[in-house]
Design a binder for this molecule. Structure first.
Ligand code: RB5
Length: 143
C-alpha cells in the first residue's frame, strides 16, 4: 500500500520514526514533509499531501503538525479530502468506518510514537462501512 506523509517543523522527529516503522512493515511511504527544524507553514504541507491522495499517487495521507489541529483544518478546506484528527485507535477506526476519512492527522506534541503508529495502522487497515454512512459522506462531498 502506498501512503503519503507530510509534517511541519514540529513533527520532524515523529515523522522520521513513523516512516521508519511503516517502511519496516512493508508500506511504501512518500515523504513530502520538511526534514528540517526550520519553521514552515502547515497549510503548504497539507496541500502537498492532499494532492497526492486526490491524484491517486497514494491511498491515504498522513499529516502531522504540533497538535494536528492546524494541518487538519487546512486539509479539510480541500475538496475531496476528509481529514480526521485522531488521538487513539478508537477514533482512528471510526474515522474510516463511518467517515471514510482519506487523511489521518496526528499531533506530534500530543501523541506518543507507538500510539501514533497504532492509530495509523488501524486507520489504513479499516474499510469504510458504507450504508447510512455513505449518505452522510455524500452530503459532506456536496458542500
Ligand atoms: C507550529 O509551532 C504549530 O503551531 C503547528 O505545528 C501546529 O500545532 C498548528 O496547529
Amino acid at each position: 500500500m502506498k501512503l503519503v506523509i507530510g509534517n511541519d517543523h514540529a513533527g520532524v522527529e515523529f515523522k522520521e520514526k513513523i516512516v521508519k516503522a511503516l517502511e519496516e512493515k512493508g508500506y511504501e511511504v512518500i515523504n513530502v514533509g520538511t526534514n528540517s527544524l526550520d519553521s514552515v507553514d502547515y497549510p503548504d504541507i497539507a496541500a502537498l499531501v492532499c494532492e497526492k491522495v486526490l491524484d491517486g499517487k497514494a491511498k491515504y495521507g498522513i499529516i502531522i503538525c504540533g497538535t494536528g489541529i492546524g494541518i487538519s483544518i487546512a486539509a479539510n478546506k480541500i475538496k475531496g479530502i476528509r481529514a480526521a484528527l485522531v488521538y487513539n485507535e478508537f477514533t482512528a477506526r471510526l474515522s474510516r468506518l463511518h467517515n471514510d476519512a482519506n487523511v489521518i492527522a496526528l499531533g506530534a506534541r500530543v501523541i506518543g510514537d507507538e500510539l501514533g503508529l497504532a492509530c495509523i495502522e488501524t486507520f489504513i487497515n479499516t474499510e469504510f462501512e458504507g450504508g447510512r454512512h455513505a449518505r452522510r459522506v455524500n452530503k459532506i462531498e456536496k458542500c
